[in-house]
Design a protein around this ligand. Structure first.
Ligand code: ATP
Length: 506
């Protein structure tokens, strides 16, 4: 299996992701997306926005500010609770996350453990500093992960603000305005894609745990008397996922079981809205190329739940370093709206025309998906070393592929071929992200595009000059077909959107 370090090396070599500011030595936990990476990342966000906002009548979007009022984070509980427990080495000064040290070395799940439990386990398992190997590790005070900054010329307490550690809170603070402006009626959702910042004690595993990352989040609001009924869950009744409940974990199990949504509901393992959103998210990831055998949903055990959550399920992915959270989906009840009403003194309730009363809606599900972790998932599941081609092939879904089509002249020293190929390229790039390449043999050019995940390559050859057609080659099957140049754009549209199979061209 491909390791995370091997993927990071590939990403740098092919221009997907670079360590940020590498010429100055880089900064741990910060990354830059290169020419291919920015296209893939943008496609992920566009696909998410399309299916979660534009194609739904019950969800609208916002784009909140990154630097936020300190009162927001006091009310939400982040100032008091958004902490991790740090273990500091008395010899070399290296800081690590105490729970990660215990999980890695003692192979014990640490969800919800407090400082003294972690200290005890570190002593019992004689855990040493991962950097210098000394055993003088001391548990420090809980460390708050929020980045602070100052706003304006003053540097006093009154100028302090925070970089948001999640996008969610801006949805709550804008809740009333968005609901009124978009005339939303319960149940409805508000979505947001944007950067979040966490001063992680020890960033690791490439993009998996960084200090600056992006989230795609929805707060889904439901009338408090209607939280038990979801009108949409039926459509996923027979949808199957790998499921690991808190009960199974309490019995010491870590083995998930394939379960249908209907069975989960019949056994009252989950509320219908929560099940709906888990299935919706799972299905979205699978529809774009995530392998279902690498996905599972895991319920948080009691001690692991955040201060605001009544129930939380993580959508996990089988990373090379174990099953880890890709997306958290919490039931936040009315916690946040109530907190902000108390702290701001503003009314954040909705009018219920059925009962002529005001109600504070419940967030029955908060799908919170990291863009960067999703980027890793699509790359891991697309990556294949093809021993026949002796080359890496990225089988990315065409909707996500950074370059949709590449155009080559068969030979670079034949002027008329180059001129015609450039004409094709100029036409196609008006509609798709395209790449023109005339360097090296056709085989090498195909290989480079296979590695970049480009689904289709178009070659202009001598026959093209007289017949006005070109060869189109399919990345996954390596099959080729001849198509009329004037029909190329339309054919590509159909192939990329999945409306046409490549086989039907041959
Ligand atoms: P973890 O337990 O892995 O620290 P979390 O439970 O703190 O994650 P959430 O607060 O639920 O994460 O954030 C929602 C999503 O944001 C996560 O599922 C993940 O995809 C993404 N995310 C959170 N922290 C990071 C990070 N440091 N780097 C990259 N993505 C992150």
């Amino acid at each position: 299996m491909l390791t995370i370090d091997e993927l990071a090396t590939f990403c740098k070599r092919r221009g997907f992701v670079y360590p940020s500011c590498e010429i100055y030595g880089g900064m741990s936990g910060f990354f830059d997306y290169g020419p291919l990476g920015v296209e893939l990342k943008n496609s992920i966000k566009q696909q998410w926005w399309k299916s979660h906002v534009q194609q739904r009548s019950d969800i609208v979007g916002i784009d909140g500010s990154i630097i936020t009022h300190p009162k927001v984070w006091e009310a939400s509980g982040h100032v008091a609770n958004f902490t991790d427990i740090m273990a500091k080495c008395g010899k070399c000064g290296n800081s690590s996350r105490a729970d990660h040290l215990v999980e890695d070395k003692a192979k014990i799940p640490t969800a919800g453990m407090n400082t003294s439990q972690l200290q005890e386990l570190m002593a019992k398992h004689k855990i040493k500093c991962p950097r210098c190997g000394s055993d003088v590790l001391k548990i420090a005070q809980p460390f708050n992960l929020m980045f602070k900054t100052t706003v304006g010329p003053s540097s006093g307490k009154e100028a302090e603000a925070y970089l948001r550690p999640e996008t969610a809170q801006l949805i709550f603070t804008d809740f009333k305005l968005a609901q009124e402006n978009a005339r939303l009626k319960l149940p409805f959702g508000i979505a947001q894609i944007g950067k979040a910042f966490r001063n992680e004690i020890a960033p690791r595993d490439f993009l998996f745990r960084c200090r600056e990352f992006e989230q795609m989040e929805i707060e889904y609001f439901v009338h408090p008397n209607k939280i038990g009924k979801c009108p949409y869950v039926e459509e996923f009744s027979s949808y199957e996922m790998n499921v690991l409940t808190s009960e199974m974990q309490k019995k010491g199990g870590d083995e998930h079981k394939k379960t249908k949504v209907k069975e989960m509901l019949d056994k009252k393992l989950i509320l219908p809205w929560h099940a709906y959103w888990l299935a919706f998210e799972h299905n979205w990831l699978a529809s774009l190329g995530a392998k279902t055998e690498n996905l599972r949903i895991r319920q948080h055990v009691q001690e692991e739940k955040s201060h605001y959550a009544t129930d939380t399920w993580d959508l996990e992915y089988n990373f090379p370093f174990g099953w880890k959270e890709l997306e958290g989906i919490a039931n936040r009840s009315d916690y946040d709206l109530q907190q902000h009403m108390k702290a701001s003194g503003k009314d954040l309730s909705c009018f219920d025309p059925e009962t002529n009363t005001k109600v504070v809606p419940h967030v029955v599900a908060e799908p919170s998906l990291g863009v960067d972790r999703t980027f890793l998932v699509f790359l891991f599941d697309a990556y294949e070393y093809d021993s026949k081609r002796e080359n890496i092939v990225l089988h990315l879904n065409p909707k996500l592929a950074p370059i949709k089509a590449a155009v080559f002249p068969l030979l670079s020293n034949k002027e008329e071929l180059v001129a015609d190929a450039k004409k094709v390229y100029d036409e196609l790039r008006k509609e798709f992200s395209c790449f023109y390449d005339e360097n090296g043999s056709i085989g090498r050019r195909y290989s480079r595009m296979d590695e970049a995940g480009t689904p289709y390559c178009i070659t202009v050859d001598f026959d093209s000059l007289s017949k006005h057609d070109a060869t189109i080659r399919d990345r996954d099957s390596t099959k080729q077909a001849r198509v009329k140049i004037k029909e190329l754009a339309e054919i590509l549209h159909k192939l990329l959107s999945g409306k046409m199979e490549f086989g039907s061209l041959a």
